[in-house]
Ligand binder design. Structure first.
Ligand code: ADP
Ligand code: MG
Ligand code: MG
Length: 255
């Protein structure tokens, strides 16, 4: 079993008016075999948490720690984080003209596995994973993320998950930009990935709809840059009914 542990994480972002503290002491522990949902209003800092763990240079860790089985993730380069078994969708380039998806995925797999996958088995692997996710076969020849719709980007994320098999995946708003059918296919992909029980998932979302397809073990409410309440799946049902008002002092959006 592996453990991803976030302890009292404080993160600032550089703005025109100087550094602004966004994360104000996040505590969270995820073990392999568990799926945790982080739910919170817009602007509460959910994506900032994902970016900070991914090592995005714009986000400065001012205190606290993130460790994977005791190893300091924050000291690692983005590639080292991937090799350690961490998957963060946004650590990958947004658009890479001229690099085909199949080449991109093979380099990513090479980086994670430490050796290039054999070409013949790799092609089979990619084809199988694409067909599981209802991804058209010409997708492999397209440039990375170039002209991808919101739904295609999300399918691409889950395709990477299926092929790279990380220990921990941080998925930010995986439900956004997906119609009902795509949401089902993408959710099935995430469920397949976690079915083996050897992976941990941190599912970040504003809405409860993806949680009707992916049942979390734990639900954390995120507001004002920290986890303000944790519970089981029933907490998501309460949020579905009452929204976040109880956690934001009556305001619809958190400051
Ligand atoms: P969420 O994902 O929960 O909607 P974010 O993490 O995107 O929240 O944003 C939290 C707060 O941090 C917001 O007030 C947002 O304006 C601010 N913020 C996030 N990233 C940046 C950035 N790169 N530059 C300036 N402000 C930012
Ligand atoms: Mg603190
Ligand atoms: Mg966000």
């Amino acid at each position: 079993m592996s453990t991803l542990e976030i302890k009292d994480l404080h993160v600032s972002v550089a703005t025109d008016d100087g550094a602004k503290e966004i994360l104000k002491g996040v505590d969270l522990t995820v073990r392999t075999g568990e799926t945790h949902a982080i739910m919170g209003p817009n602007g509460s800092g959910k994506s900032t948490l994902a970016y900070a763990v991914a090592g995005h240079p714009k986000y400065e860790i001012t205190s606290g720690s993130v460790t994977l089985d005791g190893q300091d993730i924050l000291e690692m380069t983005v590639d080292e984080r991937a090799r350690a078994g961490l998957f963060l969708a946004m650590q990958y380039p947004v658009e890479v003209p001229g690099v085909s998806m199949s080449n991109f995925l093979r380099s990513a797999a090479t980086a994670v596995r430490g050796e290039a996958p054999k070409l013949r088995t790799w092609v089979k692997e990619v084809k199988g994973a694409m067909s599981d996710l209802d991804i058209a076969s010409d997708f492999a020849e397209r440039s990375v993320n170039e002209g991808f719709s919101g739904g295609e980007k999300k399918r691409h994320e889950v395709l990477q998950l299926a092929l790279l098999k990380p220990k921990f995946a941080v998925l930010d708003e995986t439900d956004s930009g997906l119609d009902v059918d795509a949401l089902r296919v993408v959710s099935e992909g995430v469920n397949r990935y976690r079915a083996g029980g050897e992976t941990g998932v941190l599912l970040i979302t504003h809405y409860t709809r993806i949680l009707q397809h992916i049942t979390p073990d734990r639900v954390h409410v995120f507001a004002g840059g920290r986890v303000v309440e944790s519970g089981g799946p029933e907490l998501a049902d309460e949020l579905e009914k009452n929204g976040y008002v109880r956690f934001t002092g009556g305001k619809a959006e958190a400051a």
